[in-house]
Design a protein around this ligand. Structure first.
Ligand code: ATP
Ligand code: MG
Length: 283
C-alpha cells in the first residue's frame, strides 16, 4: 500500500494510507457461453486503486484485462465479490467514470465537427448557455492541442487527432476516473509517444485517476505510478509494482534513465518467463 506523509498543525508528521478511489474485493468473472464449458476469467481478485494514481494493467492477450475494466466501469457485472467506487458498490455504469475505447473511429460521431463532438460530452454532463459551452469546449480543445481544428470533421483529421477528440470529449465530463482500453494501439509509434506525453500532462493538470490497459510494458512503465500484470486465465496478479520514477516524464530523458530501463527489462522478463511457463522470476 502506498503511504503519504502529512504534517499535523503541531508539525508532527503522521503517515496516512493513500485513499482508495476503487476497491476490487475478491472479484470473480465467469462467462457462460451456450454449448461450451464456462470460462473463469478470474476469481478472488483484490486490488485497491489509490486516488489520483495512474494504474496500468498489462498481461497476455485474452487474460482478462478488458474484462476487468468492464467490471470496474459497471458495463459487466462481477460473478462474485464486489467492486467499490468511492466506497459504494458498483452495480452499473457510475457517474464519474468514463470508458475510452481502443477503436476511436467507432466512438467518434462522423457527422459532427470536433467542437460538436466535444459539446456532445458536455451536454451529457451539464447544461450551460451557448457561449459558456463553447468557451468550455475550446478550453478542452486547447488542452488536447487541437486549437484551429474545432470546425473540422473527423474524416479531415488523422487517427491521433481523432483520439484527442475522444479524450477531450471524455474529460469535459470531469470524470474522477478515466478507464482506457489500449487507447493508443491504433496509431503510429511517434503519434503514440506524443499522445502518451499529452495524457500525462492532462493527468497532472486535472484531478483524475487513470486505469490504463496496454500490451506494451514500456508504455506502462513510462506512464504509470502503479502497474499490475495479470497471468493467463484464470488470471491472478503476478506483479504489483509502484513505479517511483519522477514526473514530469519525458520521452527522451525518462527513456534514457537507467532506472526506467531496469524496471522495463525486469518487468518484461518476468511476464515473458511466466508466459513461457518458466520460473516466475518476479521483479
Ligand atoms: N462477452 C463474453 N462472453 C464470453 N466470453 C468472453 C466475453 N468477453 C470476453 N470473453 C472471454 O474472456 C477472456 C478474457 O477476455 P478479455 O477481452 O478480457 O481479454 P484481454 O486481456 O483484454 O485480451 P486482449 O489483450 O486480446 O484485448 C477471453 O477468453 C474471452 O474470450
Ligand atoms: Mg482487451
Amino acid at each position: 500500500m502506498t503511504m503519504t506523509l502529512q504534517t499535523q498543525s503541531q508539525g508532527v508528521p503522521i503517515v496516512e494510507p493513500q485513499k482508495a478511489i476503487i476497491e476490487v474485493r475478491n472479484a470473480g468473472k465467469i462467462y457462460s457461453v451456450k454449448g461450451r464449458s464456462a470460462l473463469t476469467v478470474f476469481e478472488n481478485l483484490s486490488y485497491s486503486i489509490p486516488e489520483r494514481s495512474f494504474l496500468s494493467i498489462v498481461g497476455p492477450s485474452g487474460c482478462g484485462k478488458s474484462t476487468l475494466l468492464k467490471l470496474v466501469s459497471g458495463l459487466e457485472p462481477a460473478s462474485s465479490g464486489e467492486i467499490l467506487f468511492k466506497g459504494r458498490k458498483i452495480t452499473g455504469p457510475a457517474d464519474g467514470m468514463i470508458y475510452v475505447f481502443q477503436q476511436y473511429a467507432k466512438s467518434i460521431f462522423p457527422w459532427r465537427t470536433v467542437i460538436q463532438n466535444i459539446d456532445f460530452g458536455l451536454q451529457s454532463h451539464k447544461r450551460l448557455g451557448r457561449k459558456a459551452a463553447r468557451d468550455l469546449c475550446m478550453e478542452y480543445i486547447r488542452l488536447v492541442g487541437l486549437e484551429g481544428y474545432e470546425d473540422y470533421y473527423p474524416y479531415q483529421l488523422s487517427g491521433g487527432m481523432q483520439q484527442r477528440v475522444v479524450i477531450a470529449r471524455a474529460l469535459i465530463c470531469e470524470p474522477a476516473v478515466l478507464l482506457m482500453d489500449e487507447p493508443f494501439s491504433a496509431v503510429d509509434a511517434l503519434t503514440r509517444a506524443i499522445l502518451q506525453e499529452l495524457l500525462l500532462k492532462i493527468w497532472q493538470t486535472i484531478p483524475v485517476t487513470i486505469l490504463f490497459v496496454t500490451h506494451d510494458v514500456e508504455e506502462a512503465v513510462f506512464l504509470s505510478t502503479h502497474i499490475i500484470s495479470l497471468t493467463k486465465s484464470p488470471a491472478r496478479i503476478h506483479e504489483d509494482l509502484d513505479i517511483d520514477l519522477p514526473y514530469p516524464r519525458d520521452q527522451i530523458k525518462t527513456r534514457a534513465d537507467d532506472r526506467f530501463n531496469a524496471i522495463r527489462q525486469k518487468l518484461f522478463a518476468s511476464i515473458f518467463l511466466q508466459e513461457k511457463g518458466m520460473a516466475p522470476g518476479k521483479v
